[in-house]
Design a protein around this ligand. Structure first.
Ligand code: ADP
Ligand code: ZN
Length: 712
C-alpha cells in the first residue's frame, strides 16, 4: 500500500499532517494507474492530488496547465518545498527549453509543467516517448469543453495522450462542475473508465455577505478600514470602473491599483506581481484578474457588481482564503446590475441566451435570499447541505419577519395606477411623494397612492420591492426597460386580501452598530493574534523581498498564525506546525525561531523556570550545547537562551567560552543604532552574519546582567 509513503511525502515536502477529504483516495487511484476526474472547488487542494503521486511514483509527472503565470507560480511553490520541478513554455528561449528537456529525459524531475501546445507539438513527442512518464495531469480540464467558459482549442488535441500512452494514468482536474462539461472531459481525453471524485464545494472559511448596492464606495472604504494590513480584490464590471475605484481608494489613503484586459501586458504583469508579493494590497479588477494566480493569502474579495452566474461568483470568491484561514467576501447587489447584465446577455446574440438568463436569475435569487447563503450556494452545486452555516450574513443576523400586507398593497396599487409603465426608481419616488418635476409633468402626482409611502425611507422601499419581486408579487420586464408588471399573485393581494409576509431590513442605525461590532471584534481578534504574528509577518515579508519571491511562498498566513500561537522553539516543535516541511525548516526554521525566542524573552516568559534550569544543569554536568540540544530535542539557540537567562539571573557561568569581550563591547555600541525592541536577527545582520546567533544571545545576557541592556 502506498499511503504511508504518501503521508510521509505530504509531511516532508508540504508540512501537512493529514490529507483533506478525498485526496488520499485520489492519490491511491492515480498510484494504481487508474484514470481519474477530480472536481474540487478553487482552493480545495487539487494540486496535492497529482503532486504527491509525482513524488512517490517512479518517473516524472507531466502536468498540462493553460496559463504560463500559473505554471510559474506552481513550480516556484514546489521548488520552495524542495521538490524537483520545472516548466516548458513559450516564455523560454530554446536554450532554456533544451536544458529542461535534458533534465526531463535524464529523469531528474518529479514534475514537469507544460503548455498544451508544447505537449502536442510534433518535436516533443519523441522525447515524451523516450522519457519515463509517471502520469499525466490535466489541470483546468474544463478548458477541453466548448461548453465551458474557458474553452481552449489546444486542449482538444490532448486526446492523443491516451492513444499514444494507453498505460499511463491521466488525472483531469477542474473546479467547474456541470454534467455536460464533465462528460466532455471524459470523452475528449478518452479517459478509461475514469473514476469520478467530486469533493464538497463548501469552503467553510469564507464568510459570505451580501449588501444592497447603495453608496458602494463609502461601504468599501469602511470595509477596507476594518481589514488593515490585509490584501484583497474588488471585482468590477467595466474597465473604467476599476480605474475610477482604484483612484478613489488611493485618494482615501489606501494603496490600490486597477487591472483589466485593456492594459498592456507588461503593466498587467507588474501589477499582478506586486499584488502577489504583498506590495500592493488592493486590486480593483475586471474578471480578467485572478485566473492565473495562486496567491494563498487573499484575505477578502468584494464584488462591486453582481456576477453573471453563481459559477463565476463562486470561482471569484474562491480566490480568497485558499490557505483556509478565515476570509471575508462581500457582494453588492442592485437591480440596475441585473438589468445591465440582462442587456449584455441579450445583445450578445449567443445561442445560450435562455440558459444564461436563467443562471442570472439564480444569481439574483441568491443575492436576495433571506435564507442561509451557503445552503443556497451548495444546493445550486447539487450538494445537499441542510444545516445553516453560521458563517454568512443571514445566519449571523437572521431577518425578522412582519406582516407587510399594507406595504405590499401600497406598492402594488401604485404599480397598477401607473399602468405598469414605470421602473423601480420612479415607483419609489411616487410612493414617497417626491417633488421631481417630471413626476408632475407626467401627472403622476395625481394618482391616489402618490406619497402613500412617505414614512418609509427610499432605502427600505428598494429593499421591500426587491422582496416583492423575489416572492413573485412583481415582475421585472427586462425587455421593456425594466418596468414593473403585476402578476397573478399581486392581484390576489390587491383584490382578495391575501396577506404578505416581509422581512424588516436593518435600519441605518442598526447597520452602523453591526459594523462597529464587527470592526471591534476584528481589532480584538487582530490584537489577540497579536504582536508575535505581526513580527513574524514582517520577517516573512523581509525575507521574501530579499529573495524576490511572494511572501506566501515562505509560509502561508495560516502557518504563521499557528506559529504565533504555538511558539515553537525547537525543530521538532517547528515540524509540528502545519505548512512547515523539511525544506522550509532548513531554510527558515532558525530565523523564525529566533524571532519567537525574542518575543518570549521580551514577554518575560523566559523566567529561569524549570526548562531553563534543566539545560543549565546539563551544562554544569559537562554536556556541550549541541549535546543538550540533541538530548532535549530543542534548538541549540534555545539552549543558549536558557543558559543566558540563568546567567543573567545570577547563576555562575563562564560566558567567555561563547563570546569574546570585544564582541560584547561591539554589541553594546550597536544597540542604540538598532530598532527597538531589539531583535536577535537584526543584531545578526548588523554583524553581517559573522557572529553566531548563540554568541549574540550570550552577549545580550551579559549586558543584561550588567544592567546595560534593559530586561523588557
Ligand atoms: P486548488 O488548485 O484546488 O485551487 P490548491 O491545490 O492550490 O487548490 O490548494 C489550496 C491550498 O490548500 C494550498 O495552499 C495548499 O497548500 C493547501 N492544501 C492542500 N492540501 C492540503 C492539506 N492536506 N492540508 C493542508 N493544506 C492543504
Ligand atoms: Zn449561513
Amino acid at each position: 500500500m502506498n499511503l504511508p509513503d504518501a503521508q510521509r511525502a505530504l509531511k516532508q515536502y508540504f508540512g501537512y499532517d493529514r490529507f483533506r477529504p478525498m485526496q488520499a483516495e485520489i492519490i491511491t487511484a492515480v498510484y494504481e494507474k487508474r484514470d481519474t476526474l477530480v472536481l474540487m472547488p478553487t482552493g480545495g487542494g487539487k494540486s496535492i492530488c497529482f503532486q504527491v503521486p509525482a513524488l512517490i511514483m517512479p518517473g516524472t509527472a507531466v502536468v498540462v496547465s493553460p496559463l504560463i503565470s500559473l505554471m510559474q507560480d506552481q513550480v516556484m511553490g514546489l521548488m520552495a518545498n524542495g521538490v524537483k520541478a520545472a516548466f516548458l513554455n513559450s516564455s523560454q528561449d530554446s536554450q532554456e527549453q533544451q536544458l529542461v528537456e535534458n533534465q526531463f529525459f535524464n529523469g531528474e524531475l518529479d514534475l514537469l509543467y507544460v503548455s498544451p501546445e508544447k505537449l502536442s507539438s510534433s518535436n516533443f513527442l519523441p522525447l515524451l516517448q523516450r522519457a519515463n512518464v509517471a502520469l499525466f495531469a490535466i489541470d483546468e480540464a474544463h478548458c477541453v469543453s466548448s461548453w465551458g467558459h474557458d474553452f481552449r482549442p489546444e486542449y482538444t488535441q490532448l486526446r492523443f495522450l491516451k492513444q499514444q500512452f494507453p498505460q499511463t494514468p491521466i488525472i483531469a482536474l477542474t473546479a467547474t462542475a456541470d454534467r455536460i462539461t464533465r462528460q466532455d472531459i471524459t470523452e475528449q481525453l478518452q479517459l478509461n473508465n475514469a473514476e469520478l471524485f467530486i469533493s464538497s464545494f463548501d469552503r467553510p472559511n469564507l464568510n459570505l455577505e451580501v449588501r444592497s448596492g447603495q453608496r458602494r464606495k463609502e461601504q468599501i472604504i469602511q470595509f477596507i478600514k476594518q481589514h488593515p494590513d490585509q490584501g484583497g480584490i474588488v471585482y468590477c464590471l467595466s474597465r473604467k470602473a476599476t480605474e475610477k475605484l482604484a483612484a478613489d481608494l488611493n485618494q482615501a489613503g489606501f494603496t490600490a491599483r486597477s487591472y483589466h484586459a485593456g492594459m498592456d501586458a507588461r503593466t498587467r504583469a507588474q501589477v499582478q506581481d506586486a499584488f502577489i508579493k504583498d506590495e500592493i494590497p488592493i486590486i480593483c479588477a475586471t474578471i480578467a484578474f485572478g485566473m492565473g494566480i495562486d496567491k494563498s493569502n487573499v484575505r477578502w474579495v468584494i464584488h462591486f457588481n453582481l456576477p453573471k452566474n453563481l459559477e463565476n461568483y463562486y470561482q471569484e470568491i474562491g480566490r480568497a482564503g485558499r490557505d483556509s484561514a478565515p476570509a471575508d467576501t462581500l457582494l453588492f447587489y442592485s437591480y440596475q446590475d441585473v438589468m445591465m447584465l440582462t442587456d449584455i446577455i441579450t445583445k450578445n446574440e449567443s445561442e445560450n441566451v435562455e440558459v444564461q438568463l436563467a443562471k442570472l436569475g439564480r444569481m439574483q435569487q441568491y443575492a436576495e435570499s433571506m435564507a442561509c447563503r451557503r445552503r443556497i450556494l451548495l444546493n445550486y452545486f447539487n450538494e445537499d447541505f441542510k444545516d445553516n452555516c453560521g458563517n454568512c450574513d443571514i445566519c449571523r443576523n437572521p431577518p425578522q419577519a412582519f406582516d407587510g400586507t399594507l406595504i405590499a398593497q401600497k406598492a402594488l396599487s401604485a404599480v397598477y395606477r401607473l399602468r405598469e409603465q414605470v421602473g423601480l426608481t420612479l415607483l419609489v419616488d411616487v410612493l414617497r411623494g417626491s417633488a421631481r418635476k417630471d413626476l408632475r409633468e407626467r401627472g403622476y402626482d395625481q394618482i391616489k397612492t402618490f406619497g402613500a409611502g412617505r414614512e418609509v425611507s427610499a432605502f427600505d422601499w428598494n429593499n421591500y420591492l426587491g422582496q416583492l419581486i423575489n416572492l413573485g408579487y412583481l415582475d421585472i420586464a427586462y425587455d421593456q426597460f425594466g418596468v414593473l408588471k403585476l402578476t397573478p399573485a399581486s392581484k390576489r393581494v390587491l383584490f382578495d386580501q391575501e396577506s404578505v409576509e416581509l422581512v424588516r431590513p436593518a435600519t441605518l442605525q442598526e447597520r452602523r452598530v453591526q459594523e462597529k461590532v464587527a470592526s471591534k471584534e476584528r481589532t480584538k481578534a487582530d490584537r489577540s493574534r497579536g504582536e508575535l504574528f505581526e513580527s513574524l509577518r514582517l520577517l516573512r515579508r523581509k525575507l521574501a523581498q530579499e529573495k524576490g519571491i511572494p511572501p506566501y511562498l515562505i509560509f502561508s498566513d495560516a502557518t504563521l498564525e499557528e506559529m504565533a500561537a504555538a511558539k515553537p522553539t525547537s525543530d521538532q516543535e517547528m515540524r509540528a506546525i502545519s505548512g512547515v516541511g523539511e525544506r522550509k525548516l532548513q531554510l527558515y526554521g532558525d530565523v523564525f525561531m529566533a524571532a519567537i525566542l525574542d518575543h518570549l524573552g521580551e514577554k518575560g516568559n523566559a523566567n529561569p523556570g524549570s526548562t531553563h534550569r534543566i539545560s543549565y544543569e546539563l551544562f554544569l554536568q559537562g554536556k556541550s550545547v549541541t549535546e543538550i540540544a540533541e538530548q532535549r530535542a530543542i534548538q541549540p539557540l534555545t539552549v543558549f537562551s536558557h543558559l543566558g537567562a540563568c546567567y543573567a539571573a545570577g547563576d555562575p557561568l563562564d560566558i567567555h567560552q561563547f563570546v569574546s569581550t570585544t564582541i560584547i563591547n561591539q554589541v553594546e555600541k550597536a544597540i542604540p543604532y538598532l530598532e527597538k525592541p531589539l531583535k536577535l536577527n537584526a543584531l545578526f545582520e548588523f554583524f553581517d552574519g559573522k557572529v553566531s546567533h548563540g554568541a549574540l544571545r550570550m552577549a545580550l545576557s551579559h549586558l543584561q546582567k550588567e544592567g546595560k541592556y534593559p530586561v523588557a
